[in-house]
Design a protein around this ligand. Structure first.
Ligand SMILES: [Zn+2]
Length: 292
């Protein structure tokens, strides 16, 4: 089906105080390379991530699991694409279509044990897996017992997207969550001791990145602020971003904070680098992948 060669996705486990932070393999997707690299010319990006015959580049769907025994919390971050969409959709985006429950099980996690979900934003490759089709064909939540944390502005944006974003916000990914499952934030804030969300509006209105801190370790999950480590370069924004200038400002702020606190950055869509620290080389800050 997909021409994208399957790659083994690097995973990791990090201890940050009471929190254990680990990656869950949420599958993969293939998106147009030009759209993923915005104004970066093809001769430059095709050396970084070679496209397939349909001009698509392979991208990971790297979910995060935050576990804190003392607080009794097991928090999933994002849900991948899921299995609701038809064959034409799966072919277009190179999706393998395994359900979220199966992906969690492969990581040794029982779906029922998830207490919370942080949804970075409702684009289909981040929220699609959180819902599934019931026998009657209607979409229902995969984790009805979990509280789903989202920015209120992203819910509103997802329910009435502009023409520009209509293909990314699908009603079947959103409506089942409206039935009492959402815990809405408005801006930056702490969800649990040591776990903060930070609102960004350049990729889409009301996306949230996540910052986990404990035991002197800081981990930042960047969602689509920098989908791969290549996108840490300030002008490397995506064609999908609603405002490149805002993304560049938000990225600069995030990079300044990362240098300041020596944070570990986690890339949701990077098939090569799961997580990295920034190190200075010849006067520039460059990502150094975390050793597995
Ligand atoms: Zn997105």
């Amino acid at each position: 089906m997909s021409e994208v060669a399957p790659r083994l996705m690097p995973l990791f486990e990090i201890t940050a105080g009471d929190w254990t932070v680990r990656a869950i393999d949420g599958g993969a997707i293939a998106l147009d390379g030009g759209a993923m690299f915005g104004s970066v010319p093809r001769p430059m990006w095709e050396r970084l991530i070679p496209p397939d015959g349909r001009h698509r580049i392979p991208l990971a769907l790297r979910l995060l699991l935050l576990e804190n025994e003392r607080l009794g919390r097991r928090v999933l971050v994002d849900g991948g694409v899921g299995d609701k969409e038809d064959e034409a959709f799966r072919d277009r985006f190179g999706v393998d279509g395994a359900p979220l429950v199966q992906r969690l099980a492969a990581g040794g996690v029982e779906a029922e044990s998830i207490t919370d979900v942080i949804v970075t934003h409702l684009h289909f490759d981040h929220a699609g897996g959180l819902t599934r089709l019931a026998e009657d064909g209607s979409a229902v939540a995969v984790l009805p017992g979990a509280r789903h944390h989202l920015q209120v502005s992203n819910r509103d944006n997802g329910l009435s997207p502009s023409v520009r974003e209509r293909a990314s916000y699908l009603r079947e990914n959103i409506e089942p969550l409206l039935d009492g499952l959402l815990e809405l934030s408005d801006g930056d804030g702490e969800l649990f001791p040591g776990v903060r969300v930070e609102r960004c509006d350049g990729h889409t209105v009301g996306m949230q990145t996540i910052r986990i801190e404990g035991g002197g370790v800081v981990v930042r999950y960047l969602a689509d602020l920098a989908p791969t480590h290549h996108h840490l370069r300030i002008p490397f924004t995506m064609g999908y971003d609603i405002c490149a200038t805002t993304v560049m400002e938000e990225k600069q702020r995030m990079l300044d904070a990362t240098v300041e606190e020596d944070a570990i950055l986690v890339f949701e869509h990077d098939i090569q680098v799961a997580a990295a620290r920034l190190v200075e080389e010849k006067g520039r800050w460059v990502p150094r992948p975390l050793e597995p």
